[in-house]
Design a protein around this ligand. Structure first.
Ligand code: C5P
Length: 225
């Protein structure tokens, strides 16, 4: 909407993948480009917010005027996010690796002559969205997560909304044929306690502006309440 401003607000955004080291030269990661998270940071800055962007490894340029913390692992992303509080809005757009290597080898892992299989023990990573959304004095007023799914998108998003305690979940279909993962366009559903809104297909930049506009409105309403 016209006239929605985020002046005086602090917006915290996670973006990109995380890299979870296995040994000094190998890691577990995923195909997140960071495009949506960085678009959100740009849009929030353009609306006047103070923006902290916590980014995993991406090929994207820095955004002038946005305080950016570059991290690799989920553990470091969580530390950086908690360290950036308080915030009015937190948007978790990062594709955080669910698992990390349970132990990190100090030396490069070697294959033995004749070895045909290797098991890697994994440990669960902390959930940054759930941690930020947990009730408490430092909980941001509005906590927004993403649900990238390849099937039964809305049901999964609703389940995520309640399990993680987020206020809104932006759900999208990242099946390979949609081209959303790594692409410039997206088609999302905004899932909240009050229902589901189907948004038309648009660019990730347009989606970012629309979502931050809605966040600005919601903050205003919450303050008047
Ligand atoms: O459970 P799932 O990974 O599908 O949830 C996606 C949402 O949760 C995204 O907003 C993502 O940024 C967030 N998330 C997180 N920390 C994790 C896993 C997911 O913040 N360890």
């Amino acid at each position: 909407a016209q006239g929605t401003s985020l002046v005086g607000r602090h917006v915290l955004i996670t973006s990109g993948p995380t890299y979870e080291p296995i040994d000094p030269v190998r890691y577990i990661a995923n195909r997140s480009s960071g495009k949506q998270g960085h678009a959100l940071a740009r849009a929030a800055k353009d609306m006047g917010a103070r923006v902290t962007l916590i980014s995993g490894p991406t090929h994207l340029p820095d955004i002038p005027g946005v305080t950016t913390a570059k991290v690799e692992t989920a553990a470091d992303m969580l530390d950086a996010a908690l360290g950036a509080l308080p915030a009015d809005v937190a948007i978790c757009a990062a594709a955080v690796a669910d698992w990390r290597a349970a132990t990190q080898a100090m030396e490069k892992l070697k294959k033995e002559e004749g070895q045909t299989a290797l098991s890697l023990a994994l440990a669960r990573n902390p959930d940054i969205l759930a941690t930020l959304a947990a009730p408490g004095a430092r909980r941001p007023t509005l906590v927004i997560g993403f649900a990238a799914e390849t099937e039964t998108i809305i049901t999964h998003a609703q389940e995520k909304l309640s399990r993680k305690g987020a206020d809104w979940i932006v759900a999208n279909d990242v099946s390979p044929d949609t081209g959303i993962m790594g692409g410039d366009r997206t088609e999302v559903h905004l899932v909240s306690a009050s229902g589901v809104e189907d948004w038309p297909a648009m660019s990730k930049d347009e989606m970012a502006v629309k979502l931050l506009g809605r966040a600005a409105e919601a903050l205003q309403t919450m303050q008047l309440a």
